[in-house]
Design a binder for this molecule. Sequence first.
Ligand code: FAD
Ligand code: NAP
Length: 472
Amino acid sequence: MIRTPMNNTIKFTVRQLCTTSYVPRVCVVGAGPAGFYAAMHIAKNIKSIKIDIIEKLPVPFGLVRYGVAPDHPEVKNCINQFTKLAKQENINFYGNITLGQDITLEKLRQHYDAILLTYGAEEDRTLSIENETARNIIAARNFVGWYNGHPRDRNLQVDLSGSRAAIIGQGNVALDVARILLSPIDQLKKTDITEIALQAISESKINELYLVGRRGPLHVAFTIKELREQLKLSNCKTIWRENDFIGVEEIVNDLQRPRKRLTELMLKSLKEQKSQACDSNEKSFRPIFFRSPNKFLVDNACVNGIELICNKLLGDKLEDQKCVATEDKEILNCSLVFRSIGYKSIKADESLVFNTSGCVRNENGRIIEDQSSEELAKLYVAGWLGTGPAGVIIHTMSNAFQVAKNICSDLQTGTRCRKDGFDGVKKYLNIPIVDWNGWEKIDEYEVNQGKKSGKPREKVTCINKMLDIATK
Ligand code: FAD
Ligand code: NAP
């Protein structure tokens, strides 16, 4: 054992760690897929370890619970793996604790050997154009949160009484929003969509939904499975603009396989639309390309249209092509707009340094620090906070495993001080904390509420109610 002259902290080398059977303490901040998958990997590879997962909400699972669309229940199966892990004796879940608000990173670092930040990307990107804050211009992030029961979005005001709406952006979130708005209501009734959203969507008058992309059909960010689902919706016709596809058929065979198949599907749908009769009762889904929003038009502080700039593409290589504005503009009249142009991470703690891509500065998940101290926990980042807000759960999983592997390797080498983990942290916290047992009570309550209306669950959307149920 070594006593440091500065503060008398007892340090252990690796060999001593083993012989004195010291159990390293790891803290994971954020209980989404990145946090759970990383914890799973660490727990599997270091048997003698304690992992505490700290989460802002009283409930776990991040975007698996609050992002994944309610009509995609199979995607949420990873929850079973996470639950099994959380029930292990050496894994603890502590909900209702927000990093940066209830506890600082500095304080956490004093009580753990390693801290892994996996708190995701909680904000959305904005367009920074005129009238963007007008009524009925809704961030897709909030709309998704609203239909999925996120407490942050429970009071979202969205007016679905107009007949025409537009979504800006052509990613999978945009397609989720479109599908939820255009699906037959009987299909949604069987899901865990919130009752308030179900009611509002059942009364929705939207029958024309535009999907506005700034580049061309070869650049859409959505994937084939999601487009196929959209094309198959009953009582909804997809209408493409033929001019947007000039030259596409000629190069489709040169594309890489996933892009080729996706483009072929769009071309097939375009051909089919010509031979289909128009039914005025049908809803329509209308992707349009080469258009960037320039400003929103408003009436009485509420959106009533978008001024779009017509773009052309510059650059030879497909993947690098950028859109450039032309002199031409057009107006799309609509009474509701969803902005779905991606998410972004925030600085939960002042000490964090972000890179130019909006992620915590890191090298293979190890946070790059200008100065570090042996007395403090090493810092790591995984998931969307470290990679940027792109990729599906499986991508997040492989990133989390990779970072966890580095954590394991660092924990098995080097020198560190004896840490007390959550026992040391809880003295700073003057808030109700929800443990796994508390979450299980909320879970049971939600499932029981759902049974009353034939749904898998009815989510509790109020934090205070969650806390009441968890602490009963
Ligand atoms: P998150 O899942 O966001 O988890 C972050 C966690 O950190 C959250 O629980 C949050 O509450 C918590 N947190 C935030 N701030 C703090 C703080 N200060 N202190 C403590 N905790 C904090 N992928 C698929 O494979 N299939 C899909 O169908 C699919 N649908 C999606 C739908 C939407 C709308 C979105 C946005 C994404 C979807 N994805 C889907 C992608 C998938 O959700 C992500 O890959 C994955 O959730 C990223 O995991 P994460 O752990 O990095 O972040
Ligand atoms: P995304 O895939 O990055 O798509 C963002 C879209 O917004 C793109 O079409 C992009 O166009 C456009 N955009 C960006 N900035 C813009 C601007 N200033 N003006 C106009 N358009 C702009 O983001 P996302 O849809 O939020 O999805 C995030 C991740 O979650 C993705 O990896 C997605 O696959 C995943 N996800 C998966 C599922 C699923 O599997 N079912 C569901 C939801 C989300 P450019 O290409 O021109 O930049």
